[in-house]
Each structure stands twice: as C-alpha cells, then as structure tokens.
Design a protein around this ligand. Structure first.
Ligand code: ARG
Length: 452
C-alpha cells in the first residue's frame, strides 16, 4: 500500500510484530459500512461515477458475505482489516477499488470502525444487563418475604429480606446501564473526514456520511478526532465497574452456598464437583466471575497506560487499544450470560435464612430505638443496650429473654414485641427500607421498568 517510497519489502518479523488482522478482523461489518458511506459521498462529490460506486458497494457486500461465511482469507502481510478489505476489493473490481481511499486515511477509518463497533456492543451489553436484572428481580419476587440477616463487616447487623438483597444488585446494574447510555453519546460522533490528522483538500460531505452511519454528529477537531481514545477508556471503565458488581454478587453467593451460611443453593448445572473429594459442589461460576474481574480492571489500566504519553495525533501505539477492548467486551458478555442462567435457577434455603435471622441480637438497634422513643438520648440508650448484650453473652441467655427492666427502669413490659421480626421490618416505613410492603412496591416498579 506504500510501495512507492520503499525499495525493500517489510521484514517478516516486522509483519508478525505489527499485524492486527488476527484480532481486528471483527471490525469488518463496520469497516464495510464505513467504506460504503464514504464511497457514496465520493459519488455525490463527483469523484466516482454511478457505475464505479455500485461496483464498490456490491464488491464490499460480497466481501462481507465471504467473511461471514468463513470464505475470506485474511493476510497478515496486509497488516489489518482495513487493508485486507481494500486490497481484496481492488483485486476484484479493479480501478474503482483503487479510488476508495481518496480523502480518507486508516487513521480516521480505524477511529470510525471502532466507534461503530463500541456503539453496537453498548447496545448488546445493555440488553444483556437487562436480562440479568430480570433474573435477579425474579428471585427478589420469589423471596420478597424471606427474612435473613443483613451484614456489615461480614458480622450480622440487622434483619433484611432476600428480596431486598437481590434488588440491591438490580439497582447497581441499573447504574451500569445508565453509564453505558451516557458513554454512547460520546461514542456516537463521526471522525470520518479527519483524514490522517488534518482533514483533506477533497471535501466530502461529512454530515451525510455521519447520517448514513447513524452517528449523531461529527467531530469538530481533526487532530483530537484522530488521537482520541477516550471512548475506549470510558467503555472499559463502565465494563470494569459492571464486572466489580458481578464480582460482589459472586462473593455473596459463594458465602451463601457455604455450609457455614447455607442460605442458598445453586443448581447442579451451574456448579462443579471435585476430582478428589466426592462430596464437593463448588461455585466455580461465581469464582470465575470474580476472578475475571481482574482482567477487566487490567484492560482498563492497559489502555490508559498506552494513551498517557502519546503526542498528538496518531501513533502506532494506538493499535494496542483493540485487544483489551475486545477482551473486556467478550468477558463481560459471557459473564452476564452465565450469571443470568445461574441466578434464574438458584434457590434460597428459607429454613437456614430464618434460623439465622432469628438471632435476637439483630434487633439490638431496634431496642435502642425503643428507649429513644421513651425519651432516652441515643448515646445513653446505646450504652444501656450494650450492657444487656454483654449480659446476654456472659450468661448465654438470649437478649430477648433477659429481664431488661432489671438493667434500666426505662425498659417497660412491652419490650417483647421489639423482638418480633415482622413487626421490626414493618416499623421501617421510609423509602428504601427492607419493609416487605415497600420491597413489594419496588418489585412492581422494577417489573414495569424492565418490561419496557
Ligand atoms: N491497524 C491500525 C490501528 O489499529 C490502523 C491505523 C494505521 N495507521 C497508520 N498510520 N499506520 O491502529
């Protein structure tokens, strides 16, 4: 493609070192869409005849089918997907193919292709996250009333319901969807026409090209448009954070499935056995989800590190943007799919949840609130309940069976009802609380929202 200036062939080691077609081939549908839009603008500018344009268009569409059907031979000697397609087109249709690269550079071409690719992945990832939200919502609905302990510091804190716990993850994933859609706005801008870095003396209609490709607008600085990889950093961050959410969910499930907690069970289809210990049923999907989050974070840092020292505009370093991008997208897609299937089939062990939630210590804070309602300042109430807790531990008499009135005259004869779990949950009437009535309203709200 640049033979004019050179007298030697590129060394085969350099070819091996510099090729990207082994992984950027997946940009082909976007590369072809971009080229067709570019060629149409060339036709409108009088640079191509109607006949030349149709030869280019049908040639590119035929190449697309060949790639889709595995009939296309990619050549590493042609470096990347862009040159593979252009060279094959020219081979097939002759002179018209050689006109396609007029007023374009691989620099604006690769930026265009990558933006189109990221845009389509944003859409499919959003759909996949919605699927996982629905699976979690379905579990929340099934276990809306199932009382279980809520934890801080992985120590039992206060009672919640399994429904409330599942909905916490639905909320997190909703923020991921919102971040994807926000990121999409900055992705969906056309850099085509920025050329190598300084536009072109051949002025094609950038807006028409952008329109055809479904972009919302065109970039407004050719140098920035060529050098910019912010949209890749953004999508990698959004994916990382979504991965972190899945990793936290995994950790909860791993704990819940242990003999020590015993709150949940995963289906056989979503667990693995041990080659040695016959009794084992391991939550490998959760562990792999948690483990793969390391790769997602690594890919984000790799991209930021690649970009950080680069002068404007294009530097070949930027070719290193693609493998982290593709890896994170593939990893998140697969994690979402397998977690959706696994969550849809998991069950809560209600007896174990209820037994753990029956610990009266979970309502120690409610007991302090009781004293506050009798006029005791909270710090003093906290201390009084703390003393009762200490006595319960020392005597092994459960907190709800102590003679509290002996500890303080502020305790009345009505303390027993503080230890009724349902009453305790229903007493929380503010938005966002694990009151089963409020949780059910939330479930209805999510059902409507996720049905859209
Ligand atoms: N394969 C290249 C990349 O991904 C395309 C752009 C090449 N541009 C260049 N000036 N060598 O970055």
């Amino acid at each position: 493609m640049w033979k004019g200036r050179f007298t030697q062939d590129t060394s085969s080691l350099v070819q091996q070192f510099g090729e990207s077609v082994s992984y950027d081939w997946r940009l082909f549908p976007h590369d072809i869409a971009g080229s067709i839009a570019h060629a149409r603008a060339q036709k409108h500018a009088g640079l191509l005849t109607e006949g030349e344009f149709s030869a280019i268009e049908s040639g590119l569409l035929a190449i697309r089918s060949d790639i889709e059907e595995g009939r296309f031979e990619f050549k590493t000697s042609l470096e990347d997907i862009h040159m593979n397609i252009e060279s094959e087109l020219t081979k097939r249709i002759g002179a018209a193919g050689a006109k396609l690269h007029t007023a374009r550079s691989r620099n604006d071409q690769v930026a265009t292709d990558t933006r189109l690719y990221v845009r389509s992945q944003i859409d499919s990832l959003s759909t996949a996250i919605r699927g996982l939200q629905r699976a979690l919502l379905d579990r929340a609905d099934l276990y809306a009333d199932a009382v279980m302990p809520g934890y801080t510091h992985l120590q039992r804190g206060q009672p919640v319901t399994a429904g409330h716990h599942f909905l916490a993850y639905v909320e997190m994933l909703e923020r991921d969807v919102a971040r994807l859609s926000d990121c999409r706005k900055r992705v969906n801008v056309s850099p085509l026409g920025s050329g190598a870095l300084a536009g072109s003396t051949i002025n094609l209609d950038r807006l028409a090209i952008a329109n055809e490709l479904g972009f919302d607008s065109v970039t407004t600085n050719s140098m920035d448009a060529i050098a910019d990889r912010d949209y890749i950093a953004e999508i990698l961050f959004v994916i990382s954070l979504c991965g972190v959410h899945l990793s936290r969910l995994s950790e909860d499930l791993i704990l819940w499935c242990s003999a020590e907690f015993g709150f949940a069970a995963l289906a056989d289809a979503h667990t693995t056995g041990s080659s040695l210990m016959p009794q084992k049923k391991n939550p490998d999907v959760c562990e792999l989800t948690r483990g793969k989050t390391g790769r997602l974070l690594g890919n984000l840092v790799a991209l930021l590190t690649t970009v950080k020292g680069l002068p404007l505009t294009y530097n070949r370093d930027l070719q290193e943007d693609k493998e982290p991008l593709f890896d994170s997208i593939d990893t998140l897609h697969l994690s979402l799919a397998v977690n959706t299937e696994m969550i849809s089939a998991m069950t809560m062990r209600l007896d174990r949840c209820a037994a753990a939630a029956a610990d009266p210590m979970l309502l120690a804070t409610d007991l302090a609130d009781y004293l506050v309602k009798k006029g005791v300042p909270f710090r003093h109430a906290h201390e009084l309940v703390g003393k009762a807790v200490a006595e319960s531990i020392a005597t092994s008499i459960p907190l709800d069976q102590l003679e509290l009135s002996k500890i303080s005259e502020h305790y009345g004869s009505d303390t027993a009802e503080i230890f009724q779990l349902q009453r305790a949950l229903l007493a929380r009437t503010n938005p966002g609380c694990p009151n089963p009535l409020i949780v059910k309203q939330q479930i209805e709200r999510w059902k409507n929202h996720l049905a859209e």
